[in-house]
Design a protein around this ligand. Structure first.
Ligand SMILES: [Zn+2]
Length: 427
């Protein structure tokens, strides 16, 4: 059957290329969340033609949703001829800002030397196209399969997924009674299975001072100097401690196997002068300084302890500095998640990779989060991985591309996985 599948996939090579190019040519930029309805309509038409029942779902009232930029999602389902399990392929439809440095048209979908170029080519319209063609090739050889296949295109993954997978999960689309296996075709490379991701804790620290004339700073209290002391304490105690923590999660790249903290931004004193304004700032002692920190933590760490470490930094500074006052506000938290290697979807895709590529699958964990968090936490579905064509390092960069041969291999892996999960072995 795998042989027949490979023939069906090869026959769809040009179609796969055209589909990927069409998807890239719809500029679904996020922010602001452009053309979501256009791409959902395109996908709906394609999948209806392939026998899927299609729903278009707007995530009303989610962040960014408005009349000008509605958060549309598409969910397509095709039932087989008998009862069985449901395999769901979930791809995000949004792409990040183009940025500078392109030599190709970011929304041209140009094909050159076996690569398709454009914003979103690898992250992740190539993966979306691969999953559609995999399902279609599978249906051509196994129209009477057991269970169901679902394909979704969802909004806003790049900005947290609240108007996309989180919303659908809240509506029950990822409930274990409806869906049993989820594959997210993010660009992790065609031979790697991504089991999950590290945790995230974002917080804002504000230090307070007292405003005064800048010529007499001794009459005030400088909030920026207090924040400087916080950063110094982090350098002395927190960063070295984080570098010591190592995870057993197979996180890539290697540097992300330790705990990390990024100082995302710092703002103190007067607002910056508007561009084009030629005057000078006025002399004032800053009475407030705010810093946003982005802490990524490991599955072995507890989120309360992660918070406590930062509190400890603030308390040590407090002990050393008179008049040190601060406030700590949590902005965002995502717990780490990792699907077990023995989960059915992992074993199935690993087998399909070995058979298709003639090498063992590599298991990885992502340094940053993606929509698996919502499927895991809200949907309570733990049989979920990311697997798809494309090179992760190219995501969000200029001249992003996806290789046609990599897509063909991934289509075969996805198609074989469908055979494994949805076709009863002959007795
Ligand atoms: Zn992505």
């Amino acid at each position: 059957m795998a042989q027949t599948l490979a023939v069906e996939v090869e026959a769809r090579r040009d179609d796969l290329i055209d589909l990927t190019r069409d998807l890239i040519q719809i500029p679904t930029l996020n922010p602001p969340g452009d053309c979501y309805r256009d791409i959902c309509d395109y996908l709906a038409k394609r999948l209806r033609n392939s026998g899927f029942t299609v729903e278009l779902i707007r995530a009303h009232g989610t962040p960014g949703d408005c009349e000008q930029y509605p958060r549309w999602n598409v969910v397509a389902r095709r039932e087989g001829g008998a009862a069985g399990e449901c395999v769901h392929f979930n791809s995000h439809i949004d792409v990040v800002d183009v940025g500078r440095g392109w030599t190709m048209d970011p929304f041209g979908g140009e094909l050159k030397d076996g690569k398709i170029y454009g914003r979103g080519a690898c992250d992740m319209k190539g993966g979306l196209a691969a999953s559609i063609v995999a399902a279609e090739a599978f249906l051509a050889i196994c129209p009477e399969f057991n269970g169901a296949i679902e394909i979704s295109g969802t909004a806003d993954e790049e900005s947290g997924g609240f108007g996309g997978v989180a919303y659908l999960a809240q509506q029950g689309y990822f409930a274990p009674a409806r869906v049993q296996h989820v594959i997210i075709p993010e660009p992790l490379n065609k031979d790697r299975i991504c089991l999950g991701h590290r945790g995230v804790w974002w917080a804002e620290i504000e230090t307070f001072g007292e405003i005064a004339h800048g010529s007499m700073p001794f009459l005030g209290d400088c909030a920026v100097r207090h924040m400087g002391a916080v950063v110094q304490e982090m350098e002395d105690s927190l960063f070295p401690a984080l570098a010591q923590k190592r995870t057993d999660m197979p996180v890539v790249p290697e540097g992300a196997k330790q705990s990390t903290l990024n100082i995302n931004s710092m703002h103190g004193g007067q607002a910056e002068l508007p561009e084009g304004f030629t005057g000078l700032p006025s002399p004032v002692v800053p009475d407030s300084c705010r810093m946003v920190i982005d802490r990524r933590f490991l599955i072995e760490e507890d989120i309360d302890a992660v918070q406590e470490e930062v509190m400890q930094v603030l308390r040590s500074v407090e002990a050393k500095r008179d008049s040190f006052r601060y406030e700590l506000t949590e902005l965002h938290r995502v717990l780490p998640t990792m699907t077990q290697k023995t989960a059915p979807v992992v074993e199935t895709v690993a087998k399909a990779i070995a058979q298709t590529l003639g090498k063992d699958a590599e298991y990885v964990v992502s340094p940053g989060t993606y929509d698996q968090k919502h499927i895991d936490r809200i949907g309570k579905l733990h049989n979920c991985i990311a697997y798809g064509p494309g090179i992760l390092d190219l995501a969000h960069k200029p001249d992003e591309y996806v290789g046609v041969e990599d897509m063909i291999d991934s289509v075969n892996v996805m198609g074989r996985s469908l055979i494994d999960l949805l076709v009863q072995p002959e007795a």
